[in-house]
Design a protein around this ligand. Sequence first.
Ligand SMILES: *Cc1c(COP(=O)(O)O)cnc(C)c1O
Length: 482
Amino acid sequence: MKYLSTRGQAPKQSFLQILLGGLAPDGGLYLPESYPQFSAVELEFMRDMDYRQLAFTILSRLADDIEPDDLKALCDKTYTTEAYCHGRPDSDFSQITPLRKLEDGVFILELSNGPTLAFKDMAMQLLGNLFEHALEQAGQDINILGATSGDTGSAAEYAMRGKHNVRVFMLSPEHGMTRFQQAQMYSLQDANIFNIAIKGVFDECQDIVKAVSNDHAFKAKYRIGAVNSINWARVAAQVIYYFKAYFAVTNLAVAMEAGQPVDFSVPSGNFGNVCAGHIARMLGLPIRRLIVATNENDVLDEFFRTGVYRPRKSAETLHTSSPSMDISKASNFERFIFDLAGRDGARVAELWRAVDAGDSFDLKPSGLFDDVSAFGFISGTSSHADRLATIRMAWEKYATVIDTHTADGLKVGLEHREAGVPLVCLETALPAKFEDTIVEALGRKPERPAGLENIESLPQRVEVMAADAAAVMAFVARHAND
Ligand SMILES: *Cc1c(COP(=O)(O)O)cnc(C)c1O
């Protein structure tokens, strides 16, 4: 299995070759050169597998340059009940991603029982073990530099903590994350984790990471790597839970016949999570609809309604109560457009020349937009008022507290619900991470998983710095060989 670039101008590479890199050299994103297919017979065979077996079965098609014994060991080490038991105590943690029924035909897929209480753990935990394995084999080490507005940074740090050949330098805005999110990151005392709070906003953190990435000499000298959401291994890891959910739903809904499709609703920002759903569908999983739910930052909803992709400027990005979806550009979206455009790399390169210049593109005139529904995509948007109403509804009707992002997904999912088709709404975080909005909606604080009751009062370890790339580079250089 080789991977090619969405812009068609980069050499084909294997899974391990693209694991530690970011963008392809031509600026594109990597995708399999063709999608392996799981037949109906194979799907039946996979139906009763546990999460680890399923992960191994799917990843061995996508990462066939990892020795099967090694890959098996990596899956077994990653998806343990101990790592994914931080959610609601009444969940069946042995499922890793338990399916919770709200009512007949409507389900929540729990993806937030990992160590940082957001779905990003699902992929990042695997990435940590893959990095460690690949670096060990190559006899190398790496310094990961990243920027976070909340969930990615903590997921990366918990995945990489204690790994001897990885150091993490994570930039976060000094203000802007919830106190809980800050405490999750800054209370880590591991010697290979460096938290840097920047006196500025998230975009300034991201600009510093970009500046460092563009300094090729520095990047090479200090072996700088990334864990951002365009990383293919993260997308691949997320494919697994679509399969797990599909089998769980169809096992529950006894009336369903083999091969009957299911709808998924996905709270979306960078298009990473729903892109994994698209890949699962391309691999042969019977998914009818992929429902893209956005918040007030509706760049994706606009595309799926009109065919116009119009990334916003950072200054136009709204700060909402589902902050992990506050994005102006959906970085993984290019992967879907590549498939939509019949895998025409030259065409994608031309479209992204416009995007990179700050412009938009419109797929209606060329007729390409007509094919969007054939890929199952549909969308909707949700506002702060919708979020509050949906959190209240879920509490009153189903006696369950959901987080703000999951509420966006449930709201939009229910709008597109069709009789006879099971609807799975992906839970992307636990409510404990976004306490203030839960209090606003329900007048009470959400429960916290055991052990995290007093996380804000733990000692914190964080370097506060000005929004200055040179200062950050000097800090990295000082600690890069610790
Ligand atoms: C990252 C994140 C999202 C958005 O996921 P994408 O893959 O970027 O579309 C949604 N909800 C939560 C809680 C997140 O952390």
